[in-house]
Design a protein around this ligand. Structure first.
Ligand SMILES: CC(C)(COP(=O)(O)OP(=O)(O)OC[C@H]1O[C@@H](n2cnc3c(N)ncnc32)[C@H](O)[C@@H]1OP(=O)(O)O)[C@@H](O)C(=O)NCCC(=O)NCCS
Length: 265
């Protein structure tokens, strides 16, 4: 289900049930040693999904420990995200050359609990939701907005290492299945990538679930160096009339992906 929302090169694995009695990975057992059964189940199944997805990238099974703000610490060169809610667990991972950041979230397709709306919406979002409810009834748009913002946060945090509040993000929802999240805070990244100003995502509603994903396109260092190379070549062409063998182009370093699918978010 979630795989259809993600660009090629991103590996996703989901589960709709837990395996009764499944043991924790030895390197993660301490993390749930005192957890209640429901937490144990979501943790074990979701991390199994993550290891399976990592396996598809060629990464051998390993413990996925949390960082200081609960974010999953992925192996070097990998980005990813995990989610779990009643009846659903999922993980998505990709090489950093394929995407720079990922956020996934799932919620039951039910109304947002009473009283929560004011704290998760800003600006024109209530008006947008009123319009969506009128034009597309039967969809719990307030829960979809909530899920999308959580996916935004999961993509945002590993790239910035900073908090992002619901009030810092204004969502524009396209009922056909996509959304744009405009950020009103400094989006400087810790990976030297371009500051985050807007994030793009997709969503689906199926099996009584809302699933949202946010994909941050690959770090434009490649694109920047490729552009610089193009300018350099144009300058070279103007300076030299005779043929020169091409240098190793930065374009050659562009990873083997379908960037259109990623940047098309
Ligand atoms: C982090 C948060 C988004 C997680 O959402 P959730 O509803 O608790 O639960 P989900 O099942 O969907 O996701 C939980 C997973 O998110 C991941 N996660 C937790 N903190 C994270 C962080 N700081 N960065 C990235 N991923 C994180 C973890 O993998 C976690 O699962 P785990 O604890 O089993 O490893 C939420 O708890 C939170 O803190 N929200 C406030 C911030 C926010 O959403 N701002 C909105 C800005 S628009």
């Amino acid at each position: 289900m979630i795989g259809g929302l993600l660009p090629s090169g991103v590996e996703a694995v989901e589960a709709f049930e837990d395996i009764p009695g499944e043991p924790a990975h030895p390197g993660e057992a301490d993390l749930i040693a005192r957890a209640v059964e429901s937490r144990r189940c979501e943790f074990v199944t979701t991390r199994r999904c993550a290891r399976e997805a990592l396996g598809r990238l060629g990464v051998a099974p390993l413990a996925i420990r949390p960082g200081e703000r609960r974010e999953p610490r992925w192996p070097s060169g990998v980005v990813g995200s995990m989610t779990h809610c009643a009846g659903y667990r999922a993980a998505a991972v990709a090489r950093t050359g394929v995407v720079a950041g990922l956020g996934i979230d799932a919620e039951p397709h039910q109304p947002l609990p009473a009283g929560l709306e004011p704290s998760v919406m800003v600006d024109v979002e209530p008006t947008m939701l009123t319009r969506l409810v009128a034009t597309h009834p039967g969809i719990h748009w307030n829960r979809m907005l909530f899920s999308a913002k959580e996916a935004v946060y999961k993509a945002w945090f590993p790239l910035t290492r900073r908090w992002l509040g619901f009030e810092d993000v204004r969502l524009a929802i396209n009922p056909a299945g996509s959304f744009t999240a405009r950020l009103s805070v400094n989006g400087t990244r810790v990976d030297d990538g371009p500051a985050l100003a807007a994030l793009h995502g997709r969503f689906l509603i199926a099996r009584d679930l809302i699933v949202t994903v946010v994909v941050v396109p690959p770090t434009t260092r490649w694109a920047i160096s490729a552009r610089a190379e193009t300018v350099e070549r144009a300058d070279d062409a103007r300076r030299h009339t005779q043929h020169r063998p091409p240098s190793v182009s930065a374009l050659d370093k562009v990873p083997n992906t379908t960037p259109g699918a990623v940047t098309g978010y």
